[in-house]
Design a protein around this ligand. Structure first.
Ligand SMILES: *Cc1c(COP(=O)(O)O)cnc(C)c1O
Length: 355
Protein backbone atom coordinates (compact mmCIF):
# COMPACT_ATOMS: atom_id res chain seq x y z
CA UNK A 1 0.00 0.00 0.00
CA UNK A 2 1.13 3.56 -0.69
CA UNK A 3 1.42 6.43 1.72
CA UNK A 4 -1.32 8.65 0.36
CA UNK A 5 -3.01 8.83 3.75
CA UNK A 6 -0.05 10.79 5.06
CA UNK A 7 -1.03 13.65 2.76
CA UNK A 8 -4.68 13.84 3.63
CA UNK A 9 -6.02 17.09 5.10
CA UNK A 10 -7.33 15.81 8.40
CA UNK A 11 -10.14 17.71 10.05
CA UNK A 12 -12.53 17.15 12.92
CA UNK A 13 -15.84 18.13 11.33
CA UNK A 14 -18.56 20.25 12.82
CA UNK A 15 -21.41 18.18 14.29
CA UNK A 16 -24.77 19.60 13.29
CA UNK A 17 -27.87 18.94 15.39
CA UNK A 18 -29.72 15.75 14.67
CA UNK A 19 -32.31 15.74 11.85
CA UNK A 20 -34.53 12.82 12.90
CA UNK A 21 -36.33 10.99 10.09
CA UNK A 22 -39.34 10.40 12.33
CA UNK A 23 -42.00 13.06 11.75
CA UNK A 24 -43.70 12.79 15.13
CA UNK A 25 -40.93 14.43 17.17
CA UNK A 26 -40.94 17.90 18.66
CA UNK A 27 -37.85 19.38 17.10
CA UNK A 28 -36.30 22.10 19.23
CA UNK A 29 -32.65 21.30 18.51
CA UNK A 30 -31.43 23.29 15.50
CA UNK A 31 -33.08 26.72 15.85
CA UNK A 32 -35.20 26.36 12.75
CA UNK A 33 -38.36 28.42 12.38
CA UNK A 34 -41.46 26.52 13.58
CA UNK A 35 -43.62 28.29 10.98
CA UNK A 36 -43.52 27.84 7.19
CA UNK A 37 -41.82 30.45 4.99
CA UNK A 38 -43.87 33.28 3.48
CA UNK A 39 -46.72 32.06 1.24
CA UNK A 40 -45.03 34.16 -1.48
CA UNK A 41 -42.30 31.50 -1.52
CA UNK A 42 -44.86 28.76 -2.26
CA UNK A 43 -46.32 30.96 -5.01
CA UNK A 44 -42.90 31.56 -6.52
CA UNK A 45 -42.18 27.83 -6.45
CA UNK A 46 -45.52 27.03 -8.11
CA UNK A 47 -44.82 29.57 -10.85
CA UNK A 48 -41.29 28.28 -11.40
CA UNK A 49 -40.67 26.66 -14.80
CA UNK A 50 -38.65 23.47 -14.23
CA UNK A 51 -37.42 23.79 -17.82
CA UNK A 52 -35.18 26.65 -16.66
CA UNK A 53 -33.14 24.22 -14.58
CA UNK A 54 -31.48 23.14 -17.84
CA UNK A 55 -29.47 26.38 -17.66
CA UNK A 56 -26.84 27.41 -15.14
CA UNK A 57 -28.03 30.06 -12.72
CA UNK A 58 -26.83 33.68 -12.82
CA UNK A 59 -23.32 33.48 -11.30
CA UNK A 60 -23.87 36.91 -9.70
CA UNK A 61 -27.28 35.85 -8.28
CA UNK A 62 -28.32 39.35 -9.33
CA UNK A 63 -32.02 38.88 -8.61
CA UNK A 64 -31.36 37.97 -4.99
CA UNK A 65 -28.55 40.49 -4.50
CA UNK A 66 -30.75 43.32 -5.79
CA UNK A 67 -33.70 42.28 -3.63
CA UNK A 68 -31.44 42.25 -0.55
CA UNK A 69 -29.78 45.56 -1.45
CA UNK A 70 -33.11 47.28 -1.86
CA UNK A 71 -34.49 45.72 1.34
CA UNK A 72 -31.53 46.76 3.48
CA UNK A 73 -30.97 50.12 1.77
CA UNK A 74 -27.44 49.41 0.50
CA UNK A 75 -25.86 49.23 -2.96
CA UNK A 76 -25.83 45.83 -4.71
CA UNK A 77 -22.01 46.07 -4.66
CA UNK A 78 -22.21 45.78 -0.86
CA UNK A 79 -24.03 42.42 -0.88
CA UNK A 80 -22.50 38.95 -1.09
CA UNK A 81 -24.70 35.83 -1.15
CA UNK A 82 -23.91 32.20 -0.38
CA UNK A 83 -25.29 28.74 0.26
CA UNK A 84 -26.41 29.48 3.80
CA UNK A 85 -24.41 31.77 6.05
CA UNK A 86 -22.08 28.85 6.78
CA UNK A 87 -20.89 29.14 3.17
CA UNK A 88 -20.58 32.93 3.50
CA UNK A 89 -18.65 32.64 6.77
CA UNK A 90 -16.32 29.96 5.42
CA UNK A 91 -15.58 32.14 2.37
CA UNK A 92 -14.96 35.12 4.66
CA UNK A 93 -12.50 33.10 6.79
CA UNK A 94 -10.68 32.00 3.64
CA UNK A 95 -10.60 35.53 2.21
CA UNK A 96 -9.83 37.71 5.22
CA UNK A 97 -7.97 35.69 7.84
CA UNK A 98 -4.52 35.35 6.25
CA UNK A 99 -2.19 37.38 8.44
CA UNK A 100 -0.70 34.40 10.30
CA UNK A 101 -1.70 36.11 13.58
CA UNK A 102 -4.38 34.38 15.65
CA UNK A 103 -7.98 35.34 14.99
CA UNK A 104 -10.23 35.88 18.00
CA UNK A 105 -13.63 34.47 18.90
CA UNK A 106 -15.25 33.79 22.29
CA UNK A 107 -14.61 30.52 24.14
CA UNK A 108 -18.34 29.83 24.24
CA UNK A 109 -19.71 30.41 20.76
CA UNK A 110 -20.74 28.87 17.44
CA UNK A 111 -18.52 25.80 17.24
CA UNK A 112 -18.11 26.03 13.46
CA UNK A 113 -15.58 28.86 13.87
CA UNK A 114 -12.87 26.59 15.20
CA UNK A 115 -13.65 24.01 12.51
CA UNK A 116 -13.09 26.53 9.69
CA UNK A 117 -9.97 27.86 11.41
CA UNK A 118 -8.57 24.32 11.58
CA UNK A 119 -9.65 23.51 8.01
CA UNK A 120 -7.91 26.60 6.62
CA UNK A 121 -4.92 26.44 8.98
CA UNK A 122 -5.79 29.77 10.64
CA UNK A 123 -4.37 30.16 14.17
CA UNK A 124 -6.98 31.25 16.72
CA UNK A 125 -7.41 32.28 20.32
CA UNK A 126 -10.61 32.19 22.36
CA UNK A 127 -10.95 34.90 25.03
CA UNK A 128 -13.22 33.64 27.82
CA UNK A 129 -16.64 35.22 28.19
CA UNK A 130 -17.18 36.56 31.70
CA UNK A 131 -19.08 34.48 34.26
CA UNK A 132 -22.39 35.85 32.97
CA UNK A 133 -21.39 34.81 29.40
CA UNK A 134 -20.77 38.37 28.24
CA UNK A 135 -17.97 39.45 25.89
CA UNK A 136 -15.39 41.81 27.33
CA UNK A 137 -14.59 44.39 24.68
CA UNK A 138 -11.00 44.83 25.91
CA UNK A 139 -10.32 41.17 25.01
CA UNK A 140 -10.80 42.20 21.38
CA UNK A 141 -8.64 45.31 21.50
CA UNK A 142 -5.35 43.40 21.32
CA UNK A 143 -3.22 42.44 18.30
CA UNK A 144 -5.07 39.84 16.18
CA UNK A 145 -5.51 38.45 12.67
CA UNK A 146 -9.27 38.97 12.57
CA UNK A 147 -12.35 38.79 14.78
CA UNK A 148 -15.62 36.88 14.51
CA UNK A 149 -18.54 36.55 16.91
CA UNK A 150 -22.29 36.05 16.68
CA UNK A 151 -24.69 38.72 17.89
CA UNK A 152 -26.76 37.53 19.65
CA UNK A 153 -24.21 34.93 20.69
CA UNK A 154 -24.89 31.24 20.19
CA UNK A 155 -25.61 29.17 22.19
CA UNK A 156 -26.18 31.74 24.97
CA UNK A 157 -28.69 34.00 23.18
CA UNK A 158 -27.11 37.10 24.74
CA UNK A 159 -26.94 40.26 22.64
CA UNK A 160 -23.87 42.49 22.66
CA UNK A 161 -24.07 46.27 22.93
CA UNK A 162 -23.74 48.09 19.63
CA UNK A 163 -21.24 50.44 21.33
CA UNK A 164 -19.00 47.44 22.06
CA UNK A 165 -19.23 46.23 18.46
CA UNK A 166 -18.39 49.71 17.21
CA UNK A 167 -15.43 49.96 19.59
CA UNK A 168 -14.16 46.59 18.31
CA UNK A 169 -14.54 47.62 14.65
CA UNK A 170 -12.96 51.02 15.29
CA UNK A 171 -10.14 49.60 17.41
CA UNK A 172 -9.08 47.05 14.79
CA UNK A 173 -8.45 48.95 11.55
CA UNK A 174 -5.90 46.32 10.50
CA UNK A 175 -8.31 43.36 10.85
CA UNK A 176 -11.60 42.32 9.38
CA UNK A 177 -14.31 42.10 12.04
CA UNK A 178 -17.19 39.73 11.23
CA UNK A 179 -20.49 39.96 13.11
CA UNK A 180 -22.54 36.81 12.58
CA UNK A 181 -26.12 38.02 12.91
CA UNK A 182 -27.87 34.68 12.41
CA UNK A 183 -30.34 35.55 15.21
CA UNK A 184 -30.38 39.35 15.10
CA UNK A 185 -34.02 39.59 13.93
CA UNK A 186 -35.27 38.13 17.21
CA UNK A 187 -34.29 41.14 19.28
CA UNK A 188 -30.70 42.39 18.93
CA UNK A 189 -29.60 45.63 17.27
CA UNK A 190 -27.95 45.03 13.91
CA UNK A 191 -24.49 46.39 13.17
CA UNK A 192 -25.52 46.95 9.52
CA UNK A 193 -25.52 50.78 9.74
CA UNK A 194 -21.93 50.64 11.04
CA UNK A 195 -20.74 49.06 7.78
CA UNK A 196 -21.08 52.53 6.18
CA UNK A 197 -18.44 53.89 8.55
CA UNK A 198 -16.13 50.89 9.02
CA UNK A 199 -14.63 49.48 5.85
CA UNK A 200 -13.36 46.45 7.86
CA UNK A 201 -16.76 45.42 9.26
CA UNK A 202 -18.67 42.55 7.66
CA UNK A 203 -22.20 41.68 8.79
CA UNK A 204 -23.44 38.17 7.97
CA UNK A 205 -27.07 37.08 8.10
CA UNK A 206 -29.12 34.04 7.09
CA UNK A 207 -32.54 33.06 5.78
CA UNK A 208 -32.39 29.88 7.90
CA UNK A 209 -33.84 31.12 11.17
CA UNK A 210 -36.10 34.18 11.08
CA UNK A 211 -37.02 33.66 7.41
CA UNK A 212 -37.86 29.94 7.69
CA UNK A 213 -35.76 28.84 4.70
CA UNK A 214 -33.12 26.60 6.30
CA UNK A 215 -33.87 23.97 3.66
CA UNK A 216 -33.17 26.36 0.76
CA UNK A 217 -29.68 27.39 2.02
CA UNK A 218 -29.42 31.16 1.64
CA UNK A 219 -27.04 33.42 3.55
CA UNK A 220 -25.58 36.83 2.83
CA UNK A 221 -23.02 39.37 3.92
CA UNK A 222 -23.19 43.15 3.78
CA UNK A 223 -20.12 45.35 4.04
CA UNK A 224 -17.99 47.87 2.20
CA UNK A 225 -17.75 47.45 -1.56
CA UNK A 226 -14.11 46.57 -1.10
CA UNK A 227 -14.79 43.70 1.31
CA UNK A 228 -17.51 42.35 -0.97
CA UNK A 229 -15.26 42.54 -4.03
CA UNK A 230 -12.61 40.46 -2.26
CA UNK A 231 -15.23 37.93 -1.16
CA UNK A 232 -16.51 37.60 -4.71
CA UNK A 233 -12.98 37.14 -6.06
CA UNK A 234 -12.51 34.19 -3.68
CA UNK A 235 -15.95 32.77 -4.47
CA UNK A 236 -15.34 32.94 -8.23
CA UNK A 237 -12.07 31.10 -7.64
CA UNK A 238 -13.93 28.28 -5.95
CA UNK A 239 -17.45 27.81 -7.36
CA UNK A 240 -19.13 30.30 -9.68
CA UNK A 241 -22.64 28.91 -9.37
CA UNK A 242 -23.36 28.82 -5.65
CA UNK A 243 -26.94 30.08 -5.73
CA UNK A 244 -29.39 27.85 -7.57
CA UNK A 245 -32.18 29.32 -9.67
CA UNK A 246 -34.66 28.12 -7.04
CA UNK A 247 -32.73 29.74 -4.20
CA UNK A 248 -32.69 33.08 -6.05
CA UNK A 249 -36.42 32.96 -6.78
CA UNK A 250 -37.42 31.86 -3.27
CA UNK A 251 -35.04 34.25 -1.54
CA UNK A 252 -36.37 37.25 -3.46
CA UNK A 253 -40.01 36.31 -2.77
CA UNK A 254 -39.18 35.81 0.90
CA UNK A 255 -37.33 39.05 1.54
CA UNK A 256 -40.05 41.06 -0.22
CA UNK A 257 -42.75 39.84 2.18
CA UNK A 258 -41.98 42.09 5.14
CA UNK A 259 -45.44 41.84 6.83
CA UNK A 260 -45.22 38.04 7.04
CA UNK A 261 -41.65 38.25 8.33
CA UNK A 262 -42.66 40.66 11.09
CA UNK A 263 -45.66 38.53 12.04
CA UNK A 264 -43.56 35.34 12.31
CA UNK A 265 -40.78 36.95 14.31
CA UNK A 266 -43.41 38.57 16.55
CA UNK A 267 -45.03 35.20 17.29
CA UNK A 268 -41.70 33.59 18.10
CA UNK A 269 -40.54 36.36 20.42
CA UNK A 270 -43.92 36.40 22.21
CA UNK A 271 -43.66 32.63 22.77
CA UNK A 272 -40.06 33.03 23.96
CA UNK A 273 -41.00 35.62 26.58
CA UNK A 274 -43.85 33.45 27.87
CA UNK A 275 -41.63 30.36 28.04
CA UNK A 276 -38.94 32.30 29.91
CA UNK A 277 -41.42 33.01 32.72
CA UNK A 278 -42.58 29.40 32.87
CA UNK A 279 -39.04 28.04 32.90
CA UNK A 280 -38.08 30.39 35.74
CA UNK A 281 -41.04 29.10 37.74
CA UNK A 282 -39.84 25.52 37.15
CA UNK A 283 -36.41 26.24 38.61
CA UNK A 284 -34.46 26.98 35.43
CA UNK A 285 -32.14 29.92 34.94
CA UNK A 286 -30.73 31.31 31.71
CA UNK A 287 -29.01 34.30 30.15
CA UNK A 288 -31.68 36.71 28.88
CA UNK A 289 -32.12 35.50 25.31
CA UNK A 290 -32.53 37.86 22.36
CA UNK A 291 -32.59 34.88 19.98
CA UNK A 292 -35.05 32.11 19.03
CA UNK A 293 -33.67 29.76 21.66
CA UNK A 294 -33.16 29.69 25.42
CA UNK A 295 -29.95 28.41 27.00
CA UNK A 296 -31.20 27.02 30.28
CA UNK A 297 -29.91 25.11 33.25
CA UNK A 298 -31.92 23.60 36.05
CA UNK A 299 -30.95 24.32 39.64
CA UNK A 300 -31.22 20.64 40.63
CA UNK A 301 -31.30 18.26 37.66
CA UNK A 302 -28.23 17.85 35.39
CA UNK A 303 -28.76 18.90 31.78
CA UNK A 304 -27.49 15.57 30.41
CA UNK A 305 -30.25 13.76 32.28
CA UNK A 306 -32.96 16.12 31.11
CA UNK A 307 -31.65 15.85 27.57
CA UNK A 308 -31.94 12.04 27.55
CA UNK A 309 -35.34 12.07 29.25
CA UNK A 310 -36.67 14.59 26.73
CA UNK A 311 -35.31 12.56 23.86
CA UNK A 312 -37.09 9.48 25.17
CA UNK A 313 -40.32 11.45 24.87
CA UNK A 314 -39.54 12.51 21.30
CA UNK A 315 -38.62 16.07 22.33
CA UNK A 316 -35.28 17.00 20.77
CA UNK A 317 -33.22 19.84 22.24
CA UNK A 318 -29.47 20.50 21.99
CA UNK A 319 -26.93 19.51 24.62
CA UNK A 320 -23.22 20.39 24.35
CA UNK A 321 -20.95 18.18 26.50
CA UNK A 322 -18.29 20.91 26.66
CA UNK A 323 -16.50 22.75 29.45
CA UNK A 324 -18.50 25.64 30.97
CA UNK A 325 -21.75 24.74 29.22
CA UNK A 326 -22.33 21.04 29.92
CA UNK A 327 -24.94 21.97 32.54
CA UNK A 328 -27.11 23.77 29.97
CA UNK A 329 -29.70 22.80 27.36
CA UNK A 330 -30.24 24.91 24.27
CA UNK A 331 -33.95 24.90 23.60
CA UNK A 332 -35.26 26.31 20.32
CA UNK A 333 -38.46 28.33 20.60
CA UNK A 334 -41.11 26.35 18.73
CA UNK A 335 -44.85 26.92 18.38
CA UNK A 336 -46.90 27.58 21.50
CA UNK A 337 -48.18 24.01 21.33
CA UNK A 338 -44.71 22.53 21.08
CA UNK A 339 -43.50 24.62 24.00
CA UNK A 340 -46.53 23.59 26.05
CA UNK A 341 -45.58 19.94 25.51
CA UNK A 342 -42.02 20.69 26.63
CA UNK A 343 -43.21 22.55 29.73
CA UNK A 344 -45.71 19.81 30.58
CA UNK A 345 -42.92 17.27 30.35
CA UNK A 346 -40.67 19.34 32.64
CA UNK A 347 -43.48 19.81 35.17
CA UNK A 348 -44.15 16.10 35.29
CA UNK A 349 -40.50 15.00 35.28
CA UNK A 350 -39.38 17.46 37.94
CA UNK A 351 -42.33 16.46 40.14
CA UNK A 352 -41.44 12.80 39.89
CA UNK A 353 -37.77 13.65 40.54
CA UNK A 354 -38.65 15.14 43.91
CA UNK A 355 -40.32 11.96 45.17
C1 LIG B 1 -27.49 28.67 12.23
C2 LIG B 1 -26.25 29.50 12.32
C3 LIG B 1 -25.48 29.81 11.20
C4 LIG B 1 -25.63 29.20 9.85
O1 LIG B 1 -26.81 29.07 9.31
P1 LIG B 1 -27.00 28.74 7.77
O2 LIG B 1 -28.15 27.82 7.79
O3 LIG B 1 -25.76 28.14 7.21
O4 LIG B 1 -27.31 30.07 7.18
C5 LIG B 1 -24.40 30.65 11.34
N1 LIG B 1 -24.05 31.14 12.54
C6 LIG B 1 -24.74 30.85 13.64
C7 LIG B 1 -24.31 31.41 14.92
C8 LIG B 1 -25.84 30.00 13.56
O5 LIG B 1 -26.46 29.64 14.67
Amino acid sequence: MGNWERNVRRVTPYTPGEQPTRKDVIKLNTNECPYPPSPKVAEALAAFDAGELRLYPDPEAGMLVHALASHYGVRPEQVFVGVGSDDVLAMAFLTFFNSGRPILFPDVTYSFYEVWAALFGIPYRCPALDETFRMRREDYLVPNGGIVFPNPNAPTGLAAKLADIEAIAAGNPDSVVIVDEAYVDFGAVSALPLTERYENLLVVQTFSKSRALAGMRIGFAIGSEKLIRFLNDAKFSFNSYTMSRLACVCGKACVEDEPYFRETVGKITATRERVKKELLALGFSFPDSSANFIFARHRRVPAARLFEALRGEGIYVRYFPKPRIDDHLRITVGTDREMDCLLAFFRDYLDRERE
